[in-house]
Design a protein around this ligand. Structure first.
Ligand code: IPM
Ligand code: MG
Length: 389
C-alpha cells in the first residue's frame, strides 16, 4: 500500500529544505568581496583545541605561530584568543553542532585555528549532533576548502579547491525517511555557490602561475547538479584564456591520481564537496598520510584552518596525547599565516617543517614514549626557524 500521508509528510520536509536553500541563495547574492587583512587595525586569531589529541597539538601550533608573530603580538597588530567549549561533551550536552556561546566567540575572530572535533556516528554514545567542521563551514560560510598536496621529489604540486558548503553536505543531516523502506538524501548545487568556488580556483591559478585547472564531477550520471557545476566551470574557464582547463569524472580521476606518469600534470583541481572530501584523503596519502595535511576553509569574511585527520581518542585514553604529531596543525598554521599576509613567516615555517621532517629529522615522533613529545618537536622546529634567519 502506498501511503499518501507519508508522501505528503516527505513533500512538506522537502519544501522546507528548498525554502532554506533559496534563502541561502539570496544571502549569497548580497555577499561582498573578500576581507582585506591589510586594512585591519588588529587581526584576531581564535584558537579552538577541539577533542581528543586536538588541544595538545593545537597548543603546539599556537606556540609556533606566537613565536613567528612575536613582534606583531607585541605591537598589538595580532592577538590570540583561546575559545573553550568546542568539545564533544559540551556539544552533546547542548545538543548543538557548535554551542551558541562558542559560535558567538568564533564570530568575533577574523581567522580560526581549529583542532579536530569528534563527529558522532551511529552506535556512538553521543547524540547525533552534526559535525562541528561541517557546521562551522556553513555558519561562517567558508565555501572554499583549499587542500595542497606537495611531493617535490615526484613532481607533485596539487591544490584542491573543494566546494565546502553545498553538494551532498548542504543538507546531509536532513535526509528524509519517507517510509520504513525508503530513505532519500539530497544534493544541492547553486549558481552562486558554484561560481564562487570555481572563480576562486582560477584566481588562485592566475596568482600563482599555475597553467591548468581541472574540474572533477560525475556529470554523466548526476546530470542536474554535477551537470550545472560543469557548465559553470566551462563558462568561467573562458574568462581565463591563458589557463588550460579540462574536466574528468571522479572515478577515472581517482585512478589517474595513482598513475605516476599522468598525475604530475594536474595542478589546480576544483570539485564538489563529497568528491573533494574523498579525493583529498587519497591525495594526502601519497604525501605521507592525512596526518601530514593541513586544510584551509576560506570564506569572504572568515577563514578557518584545521588538520584533515580525526581526534584520535584512543591516543588520549592510552595517555599518549602528549606524543601526538602536531605537524598537520602546524601546517594549518602556516596556511593561516600566508592567508593573513605573513608570507615570509609562512615560508620559513614550511622550510623548517621540511628540514625537521625530511632532511634532518633530529627529533622523531612515534606517537608514543619511544619518541619525542609534541612540545619537544615544536621546540626543535622553533630552533630550526631561529637558525634559518
Ligand atoms: C574532512 C573530514 C570532514 C568532512 C568530517 C570530519 C566531517 O573528513 O574535513 O575532510 O567530511 O568534511
Ligand atoms: Mg575528509
Amino acid at each position: 500500500m502506498i501511503s499518501t500521508e507519508k508522501i505528503e509528510a516527505a513533500k512538506e520536509k522537502f519544501g522546507q529544505l528548498l525554502e532554506q536553500q533559496l534563502l541561502r541563495v539570496e544571502e549569497m547574492k548580497l555577499q561582498g568581496d573578500f576581507i582585506d587583512y591589510n586594512t585591519l587595525e588588529q587581526i584576531k586569531i581564535g584558537v579552538c583545541g577541539g577533542d581528543g589529541i586536538g588541544p595538545a597539538i593545537t597548543a603546539q601550533a599556537q606556540r609556533v605561530l606566537e613565536y613567528l608573530l612575536k613582534d606583531e603580538i607585541k605591537g598589538g597588530k595580532v592577538v590570540f584568543e583561546i575559545i573553550e567549549g568546542l568539545t564533544i561533551e559540551r556539544r552533546a550536552e547542548e545538543k548543538a553542532a557548535i554551542p551558541p556561546a562558542v559560535l558567538e566567540e568564533l564570530k568575533k575572530c577574523h581567522v580560526i585555528l581549529k583542532g579536530p572535533t569528534t563527529t558522532p556516528r551511529k552506535g556512538d554514545p553521543w547524540p547525533n549532533v552534526e559535525s562541528a567542521n561541517v557546521a562551522m563551514r556553513k555558519e561562517l560560510d567558508l565555501f572554499a576548502n583549499v587542500r595542497p598536496v606537495r611531493i617535490p621529489e615526484q613532481g607533485i604540486d596539487w591544490t584542491f579547491y573543494r566546494e565546502n558548503t553545498e553538494g551532498a553536505y548542504a543538507v546531509g543531516s536532513k535526509g528524509v525517511h519517507v517510509t520504513e523502506d525508503l530513505g532519500v538524501d539530497f544534493t544541492v548545487v547553486t549558481s552562486q555557490g558554484t561560481e564562487r568556488i570555481i572563480r576562486a580556483a582560477f584566481e588562485f591559478a592566475k596568482a600563482n602561475g599555475k597553467t591548468r585547472v581541472t574540474a572533477v564531477t560525475k556529470a554523466n550520471i548526476i546530470k542536474t547538479t554535477d551537470g550545472k557545476f560543469l557548465d559553470i566551470f566551462r563558462e568561467i574557464a573562458k574568462e581565463y584564456p591563458d589557463i588550460t582547463s579540462d574536466d574528468w569524472y571522479i572515478d577515472i580521476m581517482t585512478a589517474k591520481l595513482v598513475d605516476e606518469k599522468r598525475r604530475k600534470d594536474f595542478q589546480v583541481v576544483v570539485l564538489p564537496n563529497l568528491y573533494g572530501d574523498i579525493i583529498t584523503d587519497e591525495a594526502a596519502e601519497f604525501q605521507g598520510g592525512v596526518g601530514t595535511a593541513g586544510s584551509a576553509n576560506i570564506g569572504k569574511k572568515y577563514a578557518m584552518f584545521e588538520a584533515i585527520h580525526g581526534s584520535a581518542p584512543r591516543m588520549v585514553q592510552e595517555g599518549r596525547d602528549i606524543y601526538a604529531d602536531p605537524c598537520s596543525m602546524i601546517r594549518a598554521g602556516a596556511m593561516l599565516l600566508a592567508h593573513i599576509g605573513y608570507i615570509k613567516e609562512a615560508d620559513k615555517l614550511y622550510q623548517a617543517l621540511d628540514i625537521c621532517t625530511i632532511t634532518e629529522k633530529k627529533v622523531i615522533l612515534t606517537g608514543r614514549d619511544t619518541g619525542a613529545t609534541s612540545a619537544e618537536f615544536a621546540d626543535y622546529l622553533m630552533e630550526t626557524i631561529e637558525n634559518l634567519a
